[in-house]
Ligand binder design. Structure first.
Ligand SMILES: [Ca+2]
Ligand SMILES: [Ca+2]
Length: 245
């Protein structure tokens, strides 16, 4: 049983490396000092355990409550468990190098997980174009709401962070009708909006209102609004599973 679990973990690592190819550079920052200590002492769950098998190092973290990431050096055999999440280090040379892995962590620190996606609401308010750029800079995209469940999650997520006020009333999504008035698509694609949750008789803003927001005055149902307003934007990205039972 233990051996089987090792194999599953290793398979997932290989699968992630194989499926992301060079794109992994965008997802994970390179650790330039792979041999340096990986978590501060106070964040260490265990440190410098000599384990010469990466998958066993990962397991040591999985079964240690509080361990969120792990560093393994194949050269020294050192396995360090950390209570904090870190960027994953990678070497395209393969598993003979040193790696730092996430375990049990399906989203980056600060993101919220739901059904294989991770979400963040920007601290800053900005127009849609700047929000779009920011989401992209985070390896994410403006949220695309695909299901009633996701829609409900997002409304609860927004309500958990913000209260409706005069300044806090709307959150950009990734739906726009900028290209063809009245045709709502996932911005930048030709994929038309499937689920709809319009409130208040919207959409009705014509060419002046080409962005879709969650709108507090209508209990976060959607309305069309000007893309030039400065609002928070909800970014979405795929979650990741390096270690999954
Ligand atoms: Ca989605
Ligand atoms: Ca419009």
């Amino acid at each position: 049983m233990k051996q089987k679990k090792n194999l599953i973990i290793v398979f997932h690592i290989y699968a992630i490396f194989a499926s992301t190819n060079g794109d992994i550079r965008a997802l994970f920052k390179r650790n330039e000092n792979a041999e340096e200590p990986l978590c501060k002492d106070e964040e260490s769950v265990f440190s410098k355990i000599e384990i010469y098998d990466i998958s066993v190092c990962l397991q040591a973290c999985v079964y240690n409550s509080g361990c969120k990431s792990v560093f393994h050096s194949q050269t020294t055999g050192r396995c360090t468990g950390c209570a904090a999440s870190f960027e994953m280090s990678y070497q395209l040379g393969g598993l003979n190098e040193s790696f730092r892995y996430y375990t049990q962590q399906e989203c980056w620190e600060g993101w919220n997980y739901f059904a294989n996606s991770c979400y963040i609401i920007t601290e800053r308010k900005m127009n849609f174009q700047n929000g779009l750029d920011l989401c992209h800079a985070l390896n994410a995209y403006p949220v695309i709401v695909d299901s009633v469940e996701e829609n409900n999650f997002l409304k609860a997520f927004i309500k958990s962070k913000y209260t409706h006020t005069a300044d806090e009333y709307a959150y950009f999504t990734g739906f726009t009708d900028i290209v063809t008035e009245g045709t709502w698509v996932e911005h930048g694609t030709e994929n038309q909006m499937v689920l709809k949750d319009w409130g208040g008789g919207d959409p009705g803003g014509g060419t002046v209102e080409n962005c879709v927001v969650f709108y507090f005055p209508f209990d976060l149902k959607w309305v069309d609004i000007s893309c030039n307003l400065e609002l928070r934007i909800v970014c979405e990205t795929d979650s990741f599973n390096i270690v999954k039972n």
